[in-house]
Design a protein around this ligand. Structure first.
Ligand SMILES: O=C(O)CCC(=O)C(=O)O
Ligand SMILES: [Fe+2]
Length: 294
């Protein structure tokens, strides 16, 4: 991390972040205005708007019922195909950082980019997802990345995202998650979080970003925890900057296949050196290009 981005990273974790973000916004007013204008043109259903309200009020929304079940089946089947190639995926990753995770989409990237036509990219771009997030943010979001990850037991001490944390990618990050395997027992490593109001009781300890259970539950009652135990194809959205969360605490012999699409509110605070995670095809619409930053 460069000096500049390290400084911003610290600012981003303090209440000062709002002031800094407002400053960044003035450089991007036109794009911001366009994103707001486009959001007003979306055909958002009452059910989608209700989920957007959940997201803004509580920091999360369960959206399983908004997703077409045929599309859910397709994505789960596509996930199973990727899972069969886990050994080659693993071989290409020196995962000292997150030993309990294997990323399964690396093999289908071209020069580090995924095609906008890729089934996992299309899953993030489907109307109900874009409508809920746009309605919540009041503007068209930016899709930062899509991830298919397989978590499994390592026998090691809890580390990184297995500990309680908030994501600090930007001021507002909304993650759209879908379970592609059943996550119904503790050993399946459920995504576990505290809604916004419960997270607020914890505050912003300055010296650390990842916290053990004892530290969190010295300030927040355990009864506030939400454990996302659900069968495969459950879909939910979490504002991961507002909600403390953790997951992937796998039991021996268990595995969890999770799809994640990460959206943020334009513009990013930490400079991203022209990161281009996706490439367009002749099928890509103007709205989709706006979402993918193309
Ligand atoms: O593995 C998990 O359930 C936690 C994932 C996480 O922290 C994240 O996606 O931001
Ligand atoms: Fe996280």
């Amino acid at each position: 991390m460069g000096l500049m981005s390290r400084a911003l990273w610290h600012v981003n974790r303090s209440p000062l972040r709002w002031a800094v973000k407002a400053g960044v916004n003035t450089w991007h007013l036109n794009e911001k205005r366009e994103r707001r204008r486009q959001a007003l043109l979306l055909d958002v259903t009452a059910a989608e708007r209700a989920k957007a309200d959940d997201l803004n009020r509580d920091g999360y929304a369960i959206v399983t019922d908004l997703i077409d079940s045929k599309i859910q089946q397709q994505i789960a089947a596509a996930g199973q195909v990727r899972l069969q190639n886990i050994e080659s995926a693993e071989a290409g990753q020196n995962s000292t950082w997150k030993k309990f995770w294997v990323r399964l989409l690396d093999a289908e990237m071209e020069n580090g980019q995924l095609s906008a036509d890729n089934v996992f990219v299309q899953y993030a771009l489907q109307a109900p997802v874009i409508n809920v997030i746009s309605a919540a943010l009041g503007e068209i979001p930016w899709l930062d990345y899509v991830l298919l990850s397989y978590s499994r037991y390592t026998g090691e001490e809890l580390a990184s995202s297995q500990l309680w944390h908030r994501d600090h990618d930007d001021v507002r990050v909304i993650k759209f998650f879908s379970y592609l395997t059943d996550v119904e027992e503790d050993g399946d490593g459920p995504f576990t979080f505290l809604p916004r109001q419960a997270t607020d009781k914890f505050g912003y300890p300055l010296l650390s970003s990842h916290f053990p259970d004892e530290q969190v539950f010295s300030k927040v009652p355990r009864s506030d925890i939400k454990v996302m135990k659900a069968p495969r194809l459950a879909a939910f959205m979490v504002d991961t900057t507002k909600c403390l969360h953790m997951g992937s605490r796998m039991g021996p012999g268990h595995g969890r296949l999770l799809y994640t699409a990460t959206f943020f509110c334009f513009p990013r605070m930490v400079p991203t050196q022209n990161r281009r995670p996706f490439f367009a095809t002749p099928n890509t619409t103007e709205l989709q290009k706006l979402i993918m930053g193309l």
